[in-house]
Design a protein around this ligand. Sequence first.
Ligand SMILES: CC(C)(COP(=O)(O)OP(=O)(O)OC[C@H]1O[C@@H](n2cnc3c(N)ncnc32)[C@H](O)[C@@H]1OP(=O)(O)O)[C@@H](O)C(=O)NCCC(=O)NCCS
Length: 167
Amino acid sequence: MLETDRLLLRPWRVTEAAVQRELWTERDPRVPPHRRIDAGGRPTVAELEEAIRAGRSASFGLLAVEREAVGDVIGYCGLTDRGRGFEGEPELAFELLRRTWGRGYATEAAMAVLDWARSAGYGRLWAMVWEWNTASRRVLEKLGFTETEREQVDAVHGTSLVTTKRL
Ligand SMILES: CC(C)(COP(=O)(O)OP(=O)(O)OC[C@H]1O[C@@H](n2cnc3c(N)ncnc32)[C@H](O)[C@@H]1OP(=O)(O)O)[C@@H](O)C(=O)NCCC(=O)NCCS
């Protein structure tokens, strides 16, 4: 559990599966299909509930972001290990509901995660971001991530930049 001026970062509750589904429905059409609701409406709220119940929502630290003053959950932020070859070092990930964008929440949440990662002994973090994702690139820049020479080119969905930060 992490706390900032405005936010609480803590594990997902089963009752918050609808928030997760809203995040899925809001994703940019350029995001690959496996991260968007499919033609059959999946994942459903029930499937997302089951994933939370089974602990699959937090690979090892994707935390729900709750606004303390309002008491609502607006997305997630945390560390994940997607096994994308970063020498065992975790990736930072964040995603918030559109209606809350532009108020500094992602930066505030991620700063708390960086502090935690530093205190937990991690020396370096990674983050991958689509070249077209201006808002996320700006958040990473504000957090002090820098772009590396590495990138992943997907002919259909575009280029993902690989960024990193020493803690
Ligand atoms: C990326 C995301 C989490 C940012 O959340 P947020 O709470 O709005 O972020 P912040 O308010 O902390 O910072 C956003 C910054 O991007 C800037 N920004 C946002 N949209 C922008 C745009 N289209 N062009 C230029 N800058 C933009 C904002 O002005 C702000 O920078 P500033 O503080 O210098 O003004 C949110 O947009 C989101 O959930 N996107 C979809 C999921 C995603 O992309 N996740 C990251 C995958 S790597």
